[in-house]
Design a protein around this ligand. Structure first.
Ligand SMILES: [Ca+2]
Length: 491
């Protein structure tokens, strides 16, 4: 060994001795990718989470959705996979799995027992590929949908809340003819709303009361996958809708309306009953709009359900009630300390004080807590990006009732009292030879024709046959049956 190499060795040893203790004090850094919202530099929540867990969280990008997915693919191709990344479209998980770009969590589930216990098997099944688990599920939303009605007008009419379509029909006729807003014209549509297909769809009261979900959805009935509009009950629901349409009881403009135009019509006394969420009608700013013309306008949920021999009116809910799951880099398998740190973020925040931190911020800064009840302080409004750092979602009802205390009655009613029908199409990938976008567009167009009477109801069976013959619905239902059986929804 030359003198020079001995000096180099000594220098290297000294550097090691000097640097090692410093390194040991550095917390593990976890890079998190694709949150979907800009986390401000003033954010106090993630640093506090890091302090409590002895790690440092670095947010790699604020992008979300398709931009984040594209950026993630690039990083995967460069073999620069973020430690923890958000997957917005669960279909991408299979692609990442094929590219060996995502970690199988199965061997590490014992490090996150609370997370494992927090979700049902059907949630884990959605993230399972070839027996491995490639992401952590997210807590879904509770139901927000309800039917909002002018309660002051119910009182004015001395009317009873309807429980059958005949009673609803008679009530709507009264409203149509009563000029309840007193402007001298019978210009109130008893039933209005926006759109046909969404969970806030105008006619969902009719569909759900006949035991079926809104157009463009897939149901499970008698343990079988059924495209909703092909169910015989749809004909009954549409016949009922026709009766209301012909009597001028449903606002014919509903198809082209949106939440804003609906609220505007509601505020102007043009609507008596509408489907929608408390999140669209009950918040203070929305109440201000709804009462702008008539300060006595009292909008609240309908206090009855319409019942038929086939069902009870209520809301619909997608079984794909979560997306935006978090997955891990396969490189973490070689760094157990880092992997343990990354997993601890999820185990700590799935419940208790960790969950409270992500949902509500810091105690006595953003909220106060007394006897377990969290009360919002004004500073909580600064955490508008909070949803983006709720890694496993949230206990949605408690969260909403805390953040929107003025809506508490409506939140509770929607979540606990409204019957729910589940639909499943978002879980099923489109098989080859089927174009579901085309099928859905044709379905919507034809259903609107039946509703407006431009295609006679006698042709309904022909229409159903067209979905099979022209749009290959049979092949889709085969794929749906296979997927829903794999996921455990069909036994
Ligand atoms: Ca009027």
């Amino acid at each position: 060994m030359t003198k020079r190499s001995i000096v180099s060795l000594l220098l290297a040893l000294m550097m090691l001795l000097c640097i090692t203790p410093v390194l040991a004090e550095e917390p593990v850094t976890i890079h998190v990718y694709g949150l979907g919202a800009t986390i401000p530099e003033t954010d106090p929540v993630l640093p506090e989470l890091g302090n409590r867990l002895g790690l440092k969280i670095v947010v790699d990008t604020a992008a979300g959705g398709a931009d984040a997915a594209t950026g993630l693919m690039t990083r995967m191709m460069d073999n620069d996979i973020p430690d923890v990344f958000r997957v917005g479209d669960l279909n991408n998980l299979a692609v990442y799995h094929e590219s060996d770009a995502v970690l199988d969590l199965t061997p590490y589930l014992d490090q996150i027992p609370s997370v494992v216990a927090a979700f049902p098997e059907t949630d884990w099944a959605r993230l399972t590929i070839d027996g491995g688990i490639y992401g952590i599920p997210r807590r879904g939303e509770v139901n927000y949908m309800d039917y909002f009605i002018r309660k002051d007008w119910m009182e004015k009419l001395g009317a009873k809340y309807p429980t059958t379509f005949d009673e609803l029909y008679d009530l709507c006729v009264q409203v149509r003819d009563a000029d309840l807003d007193g402007n001298g014209v019978n210009d109130t549509y008893p039933i209005s709303g926006s759109k046909l297909e969404s969970r806030a769809g105008t006619l969902n009261m009719f569909f759900t009361a006949y035991g079926v979900t809104q157009p463009n959805t897939l149901m499970i009935k008698d343990n079988q996958a059924v495209w909703a509009c092909t169910d015989p009950a749809y004909k009954l629901a549409l016949t009922e809708i026709r009766r209301f349409m012909e009597a001028g009881l449903i606002d014919p403009e509903f198809v082209s309306m949106n939440e804003d135009t609906l609220r505007e019509k509601m505020s102007m006394g043009k609507v008596f009953l509408a489907n929608g969420g408390w999140c669209a009608f009950a918040k203070q700013a929305q109440q201000d709009v709804l009462k702008a013309v008539d300060a006595n306008a009292d909008w609240g949920h309908i206090e009855s359900n319409i019942v038929t021999e086939l069902g009870i009116s209520g809301a619909t809910h997608t079984a794909a009630n979560f997306s935006n799951v978090y997955s891990f880099s396969p490189d973490l398998a070689d760094d157990p300390e880092k992997l343990a740190a990354a997993l601890s973020i999820f185990e700590y925040t799935i419940s208790g004080e960790g969950d409270e931190l992500l949902c509500y911020g810091l105690e006595n800064v953003h909220y106060t807590k007394e006897n377990g009840v969290i009360t919002k302080l004004p500073a909580m409004n600064e955490l508008g990006y909070g949803w983006a750092i709720q890694f496993t979602g949230r206990n949605d009802m408690v969260y909403c009732m805390t953040k929107f205390a003025e809506c508490a009655d409506e939140i509770e009613h929607a979540a606990n009292e409204v019957p729910i029908l589940t639909h499943y199409e978002a879980l099923v990938s489109q098989p080859e030879g089927v174009n579901m976008a085309d099928l859905k567009a044709y379905e919507s167009e034809q259903l609107i024709a039946f509703i407006y009477g431009t295609r006679p109801m006698e042709e309904y069976d022909n229409f159903v046959q067209e979905l099979y013959n022209l749009y290959n619905l049979g092949a889709y239902l085969d794929a749906a049956t296979e997927t829903l059986t794999e996921l455990g929804y069909i036994k």
